[in-house]
Design a protein around this ligand. Structure first.
Ligand code: TYD
Length: 432
């Protein structure tokens, strides 16, 4: 029987939060003029309730342990909590559970507001049905109680996923199964000795324990598009950094190029020395590069369940060759075979006025062969993109690319998070 309720611990199970916790413990001890212990001891603070750890590992009195926790929070609530990463693969675990209709909750010894802030920071909050954690003022927390509060009223088969003995113990006492997250901070021995029913070495192994293969979330394909000079490279870097920190298994690639054969086509098609290249040859080369790239890189990555982020895809051909070079619908035809049905789930079109884009390009480096075309070409390209957005308004989302880099990034990040949450509710898209 499949699990219908899964309760997660946070630190060491969803997030790799050791650096922020260890730095904040050191800060607390420093500010109390106490010696800072070695890394092994600092690492042992990850997971269990802090007051207990200060008493146990540093031998503080209960009153001093409370003072230490106060100091710890001074730093942790400001910077420490952001010094975390979601374990690679966890995003897919959570999306898959949600898609499969499984009840998902959090039972953490970390103060509830901090759990909420952390999950929200990584865009994971909408994937949880319930969060349970102690208030800031609580001195220590009983995992059994937290787990019982986190469980739904009714369930057939539930488990707790955690990385320390408190989680395994708590699960057993709450009467549910326990899965040890071996990639976290507890050893295999600690987990098995404290009652783990199963042990998962990686988030991928965890997913296999939690759900049958046919219920694992499919990959998700994102393309970034826009005229030359729209700021796409910077935004692509920021988006992929975010997805990496949010636990995505990520494939980042580009067009033209992305695999050895297509990179060779890229050097030819963008070569300024190839000025005599006909528009038809250019369009076919872009399509040829894409045909190889889809089969070598994009499709296999999607099949693995990765999030694929591609710098330009078929929409660039439709805008640049179809509209820019006036080759019309033929470009779409040749690309049909090249993409072979493998279309992005989400296309982010960075919408920047062509005059502004031109100003940005003038201040940038030397242009490639395509960027060297006349100004009328870029205006046609821009209107080509605008048309695409009207044709497939669900897939192609326009992002205002004027203004501050951070503002643009915030829009992109929110759009991507919203779509990933939607992925957890329904499948794919039906637009071309
Ligand atoms: P690149 O240096 O990657 O530019 P950018 O950073 O702006 O993406 O060069 C890609 C150039 O190729 C760019 O001018 C757009 C153009 N292009 C097409 O004309 N058709 C296509 O199908 C693709 C993928 C790109």
């Amino acid at each position: 029987m499949q699990y219908d309720a899964v309760i997660f611990d946070l630190d060491g199970t969803i997030t790799e939060s050791a650096p922020g916790i260890m730095n904040s413990v050191s800060y607390a001890l420093n500010s109390m003029n106490l010696p800072v212990p070695g890394e092994d001891v600092l690492r042992a603070f990850v997971g269990p309730p802090l007051v207990d750890s200060f008493m146990r590992f540093i031998h503080l009195s209960e009153a001093d342990a409370h003072t230490a926790v106060k100091k710890y929070r001074e730093r942790h609530t400001v910077i420490g909590w952001k010094e975390a990463l979601v374990y690679k693969g966890m995003l897919r675990v959570l999306i898959s559970l949600k898609r499969a209709g499984v009840y998902v909750a959090l039972a953490s010894s970390k103060p509830l507001p901090l759990c909420e802030k952390t999950l929200d920071y990584f865009g994971l909050l909408p994937l949880f049905d319930k969060l349970v954690g102690p208030e800031y003022s609580a001195s220590s927390s009983d995992k059994e109680l937290l787990i019982k509060q986190a469980l739904p009223e009714k369930y057939n088969r539930a488990c707790m996923v955690g990385d320390r003995k408190f989680d395994m113990d708590g699960a057993k006492r709450a009467g549910i199964e326990a899965i040890g997250a071996g990639y976290g901070y507890g050893s295999r021995e600690e987990l098995m000795d404290s009652g783990a029913d199963y042990y998962a070495e990686t988030p991928d192994a965890l997913l296999k324990l939690l759900l049958p293969e046919d219920k694992h979330a499919p990959g998700f394909f994102i393309s970034l598009e826009g005229s030359d000079g729209c700021g796409k490279s910077t935004q692509l870097r920021m988006l992929t950094d975010f997805l990496n920190s949010a636990g995505a298994s990520l494939t980042v690639t580009r067009e033209p190029g992305g695999c050895p054969i297509s990179e060779r086509i890229r050097s030819l098609v963008l070569d300024v020395k190839a000025m005599g290249m006909t528009d038809e040859c250019e369009a076919l080369l872009f399509a040829a590069s894409r045909a190889q790239h889809v089969r070598d890189v994009i499709r296999p990555a999607l099949k693995r369940g990765d999030i694929v982020v591609c710098d330009r895809f078929v929409d660039s051909s439709i805008a640049y060759q179809g509209a820019g070079r006036n080759l019309g619908p033929w470009v779409r035809e040749i690309n049909e075979r090249a993409v072979d049905g493998c279309m992005p789930d989400l296309t982010l079109f960075l919408d920047l006025d062509p005059d502004e884009a031109l100003r940005r390009r003038i201040s940038a480096n030397a242009a490639d062969r395509i960027e060297s075309a006349d100004d009328g070409f870029m205006r046609r390209v821009y209107s080509g993109f605008k048309n695409l957005q009207n044709e497939a308004p669900k897939r192609v989302i326009s992002i205002d690319a004027s203004g501050e880099i951070e503002q643009i990034y915030t829009r992109i990040r929110q759009t991507v998070i919203d779509r990933l949450v939607q992925l957890s509710i329904r499948t794919g898209n039906s637009e071309g």
